[in-house]
Design a protein around this ligand. Structure first.
Ligand code: IPT
Length: 982
């Protein structure tokens, strides 16, 4: 006889391979603010780790009084992720699953963490029936209390409530959670983020009074025609109720009214993100009171246009993951509030909770501060796309209960929040009957909100036609599609009647995103386009301490030894992991301005376009400044009555001298409000007069040959053998050369979705050896006062290059260069830029400039930069990103690069100037910012032209108008050494 042991005979292994929802949970319900006793169990727990379910010890550890070897256990902070507290290590993978696709089986290498907490329940909790609530446990867990199994947890970002009445007892209790990293449910949780198991949200013991308020569903609509509201609060009571619940909304004069029936409210202030009016309400039974904050609003669709309270709504959104560089998806509420305020202060009005429900209290903040929310289910099966969607759970009925369970728990928890306008079924999960089923269920359960899912192009069961990373061209084509009736297919007819949404666009990775304005123009032009959500809000770099120089070490995929990973693709946000912002956030704020401003060419008027949903402009005042000087500002101008969606022409009275100077008009808040302080700027425009061409003094000094192979021209010396300048006053100039290359940005490294057949531009540059140009001196000559050098410069191997004329002149003080660069031969690729580089042996301390700032500008970025005078230290000027890449070019008229005593002055006309301590080759070859060498020298680039940046890291490449095809380019710059050596 043979005995066979199959893994499935081990209960935990069988359990982890089950696609079914967890067992033992109570039906999902709203996250309510109740006066019933509760006890938060967050704090220090004990943990031990085993490499797989086959190695777990069944030593009675779940029992009170269990004799445990203390050496096997260590303290762990809950909420927290295991790998961030020394147990295992994080894995970053985007689409690919880091284990074999063998659904529903998880791999054997499957860390299991036993968590243990001894607790004494308070008498108040013990006086009632009770439940244990888990708000987020990443992985698959089994829960015991005092050795009694309460149930299993599935759905990492979803709440589970397990009843524990009768098991919870006076005195010491032992709560045990056995958490496996991988399970069948991992196949449903393939979001683009770190895989990090752990109890990462709060655990709470809740008293559930008999006859208390089990669940509440608020339905609060607003009728824009007469300003009335309708309120119905459905209440579900706990067992043992002796009296029905009553509802009170004191501010609406509703006192102890009945639940479950419609109440007409003759006049209410509607909720919008701009006017987040909430009414305090109470739901009461004799044993429990629940506090609610009710917002009245109605979401609808008319003529394929998204409406809120009867008015078209434009979503200016961001995708938000929960991330903290030290604590992972543990984000405390104060940090979440700060994030939302930062969004409000940058004209962002919407958040998609990509790709799972956030911590429950986040929605209270969105209601209170005013942000529209697309609330997404915890669901993604993206890795099946790599197998052409073979075996995708979305279309396999054994997974239907799990899909239903997840969607239900998503909707039920958050259904009372006015900020949520849209439920999203999940992200990137292909198509299939399970998705259809949860779409229909959602519509039925909550007919007052819209249903979203991007992954199904038929859009058969959803209310929005949603796409990600569609190009400007595609968005316009969708916006102008022929009418629904012209389509034969009923699905197409349905789709054509839906508003269009970009649930993701403008991938904010590294230097970028380029092209925000072009999308926004379409959003403003076409009512069918309901706006979009930039990918993404915050970068997910993990904190790795500091290096020897004190630079922060920021880690991304692969830095933990992962064998399957997606590198820096997890670092792609408007805001860095530490919540400091990169220049893209300022650009986005400008592009998202709620008010359009246009100055008449003669400065006599300002045309304002009110793009708010419902606010007029009375909370703003216009202020103008001349040459950026607040002291020259006129008295603030009150704006006339400009209702939302309309415009006005405001007369301006500027002094006649204004015509000759830079005039900036900005709209700022008169008082604090809407998450912004008084004086906060929401929109601005500028008129910059014709600026004089940067020029030398009238006199010219001729070039002079000293006979030592050196040619002198004013303050400069040239090496006759190369034709290149070697000195400018006290500054030694090195490596002066033409350059057509930039250190590839992450966008340069991506395959543009608009040209999938072509390799990334960075690869095209590499194939053309754009980074390795060689020069041949053709001649040096004197032409009048000019020292003229002609070179041919090109990459090895190819028969293409540029003919360059360097025309140098001087007035004895400064050195002017007129450079002309003309392509020859068949160029195989566009250029990254066209300009010159040079190296100084001193490190930069700071850069001061007049031009555009404070942020950089590339042809398709820099909308937030304006004309003025700025100072930045070396690092701010260079714009350091987690992964080094080209960045930081400011367009300058007059700049001074301070080198600690000596300085280089650079004059031009909107001349792109890059300054950093490293060569491009070093920047391009370095994987992390903290690995860049210490600053010992300065590399300067002056460009005639550069390519836009686009968003090909995920999405379309550079728009045609912003590409840099080989073409004649001219650069004019005046260089001067200023300052004194110390
Ligand atoms: C898309 C995902 O939805 C999102 O989670 C993120 O991965 C983003 O792209 C890129 O950072 S999926 C992508 C392959 C289009």
């Amino acid at each position: 006889m043979t005995t066979r042991t199959t893994p499935s005979s081990i209960p935990l292994i069988a359990d982890l391979a089950s696609p079914l929802p967890g067992r033992g949970a109570l039906p999902p319900r709203a996250h309510l603010k109740s006066d019933a006793p509760r006890q938060v169990l967050d704090g220090v727990w004990q943990v031990r780790l085993r490499p797989s379910p086959r190695h777990v010890s069944n030593d009675g550890w779940q029992q009170v009084g269990a004799r445990l070897d203390p050496a096997g256990w260590s303290p762990l902070t809950v909420p927290g992720h295991l790998p961030l507290q020394g147990h295992g290590s994080p894995i970053y993978a985007n689409v690919a699953y880091p284990f074999p696709l063998d659904p529903p089986f998880p791999p054997d290498d499957n860390p299991v963490a036993d968590h243990r907490l001894e607790l004494v329940a308070s008498p108040e909790v013990l006086a009632h029936p009770s439940v244990l609530r888990f708000e987020g446990v990443d992985g698959a867990a089994t829960v015991w209390l005092n050795g009694v199994e309460l149930g299993t947890l599935r759905g990492s970002r979803l709440t589970t409530e397990l009843p524990c009445t009768g098991v919870l007892r006076p005195g010491t209790n032992v709560l045990s959670v056995r958490l496996a990293q991988w399970s069948a449910h991992s196949y449903l949780e393939d979001q683009d983020m770190w895989w990090m198991p752990g109890i990462f949200r709060s655990v709470t013991l809740l008293a559930r009074p008999r006859g208390g308020v089990r669940d509440v569903f608020v339905h609060a609509g607003y009728d824009h025609r007469d300003g009335s509201g309708t309120l119905r609060v459905d209440v579900d009571l706990e067992d043992g109720a002796e009296a029905p619940a009553t509802i009170s909304v004191p501010a609406l004069d509703l006192h102890e009214v009945a639940a479950g029936v419609d109440h007409q409210v003759p006049s209410v202030a509607p909720w919008t993100a701009e006017t987040p009016v909430l009414y305090d309400a109470q739901v009461r039974t004799p044993t429990e009171t629940v506090d609610l904050r009710i917002g009245f609003r109605t979401v609808s669709i008319e003529d394929a246009t998204l409406l809120l309270n009867g008015t078209p709504l434009l979503l200016k959104g961001v995708n938000r993951h929960e991330h903290d560089p030290r604590r992972g998806r543990v984000v405390d509420l104060a940090a979440a509030r700060a994030e939302l305020l930062l969004m409000k202060q940058h004209n962002i009005n919407a958040v998609r909770t990509s790709h799972y429900p956030p911590q429950a209290d986040f929605l209270d903040l969105a209601d209170e501060l005013g942000l529209y929310v697309v609330l997404e289910n915890d669901l993604e099966t993206h890795g099946f796309e790599l197998m052409d969607w073979r075996g995708n759970p979305s279309d396999d009925s054994q997974w239907l209960p799990a899909y239903q369970d997840r969607m239900r728990r998503t909707v039920e928890r958050d259904k009372n929040h006015p900020s949520i306008l849209v439920w999203s079924l999940g992200n990137e999960s292909g198509t299939g009957s399970n998705l259809d089923a949860i779409a229909l269920w959602t519509r039925d359960r909550d007919p007052d909100r819209l249903v979203h899912y991007e992954g199904d192009r038929r859009s058969r069961h959803v209310d929005l036609y949603s796409r990600m990373y569609a190009s400007v061209h595609q968005v316009e084509a969708i916006a102008t599609e022929p009418p629904a009736e012209t389509f034969a297919d009923p699905d197409e007819q349905h789709r054509r009647r839906l508003p269009f949404l970009l649930c993701e666009y403008a991938h904010a990775m590294g230097n970028g995103p380029g092209g925000l304005s072009e999308y926004q123009d379409l959003f403003h032009r076409y009512p069918r386009v309901a706006g979009g959500f930039v990918w993404e809000w915050v970068e997910h770099a993990l904190d790795g301490g500091t290096n020897d120089d004190g630079r922060p070490v920021q880690l991304y995929g692969g830095d933990f030894g992962e064998r399957v990973h997606d590198g820096s693709f997890v670092v792609d946000g408007l805001v860095h992991a530490d919540r400091t912002s990169g220049p893209a956030l300022a650009d986005l704020a400008r592009v998202f301005s709620p008010v359009g401003l246009e100055l008449a060419p003669d400065l006599s008027t300002l045309t304002v376009t009110n793009r708010y949903h419902s606010l007029d402009l009375s909370h703003l005042e216009a202020v103008w400044t001349i040459d950026g000087d607040e002291r020259g500002a006129g008295t603030p101008i009150m704006l006339p009555d400009v209702p939302a969606g309309t415009g006005a022409v405001v007369p301006l009275q500027l002094p006649p001298s204004a015509m000759a100077t830079t005039v900036t008009v900005l709209l700022r808040r008169r008082t604090s409000g809407d998450g912004c302080p008084a004086g906060h700027e929401v929109a601005w425009t500028q008129r910059i007069p014709e600026r004089p061409v940067a020029a030398l003094e009238a006199r010219r000094v001729p070039p002079r040959r000293a006979g030592d192979g050196i040619v002198h021209l004013g303050p400069a010396s040239f090496d006759e053998r190369t034709g290149m300048p070697v000195r400018l006053g006290a500054l030694a100039l090195h490596d002066v050369a033409v350059s057509l290359w930039r250190a590839p940005t992450e966008n340069d490294r991506g395959v543009g979705w608009d040209e999938p057949e072509l390799p990334p531009v960075a690869d095209r540059w590499a194939a053309a050896r754009l980074d390795d140009l060689r020069s041949r001196l053709i001649e040096v000559s004197e032409e009048g006062p000019a020292f003229v050098v002609r070179t041919r410069t090109g990459p090895p191997v190819l028969d293409a290059g540029v003919d360059v004329t360097w025309r140098w002149t001087s007035d004895g003080i400064s050195l002017a260069l007129d450079l002309s660069l003309a392509p020859y031969g068949p160029w195989p690729c566009d250029w990254g830029r066209a300009g010159i580089d040079l190296r100084l042996t001193e490190p930069t301390t700071q850069v001061r400039w007049t031009g555009w700032g404070p942020g950089p500008q590339y042809p398709d970025t820099g909308q937030g930069a304006r004309y003025g005078s700025f100072v930045a230290d070396r690092d701010d000027y260079a714009v350091r990103t987690v992964r080094p890449q080209e960045h930081g070019a400011r367009r300058v008229d007059d700049a001074t690069v301070d080198l600690g005593g000596l300085a280089l002055r650079v004059r031009g006309n909107g001349l792109p100037l890059t300054v950093r301590p490293w060569s491009r080759t070093v920047v391009a070859a370095t994987r992390h910012d903290h690995e860049l060498p210490r600053a010992t020298e300065t590399w300067i680039s002056l460009d005639a032209a550069s390519s836009g940046v686009g968003t090909a890291s995920c999405g379309p490449g550079v728009l045609p108008g912003y590409r840099l095809a080989p073409s004649v380019q001219k650069l004019r710059v005046i260089l001067q050494q200023v300052g004194h050596a110390q």
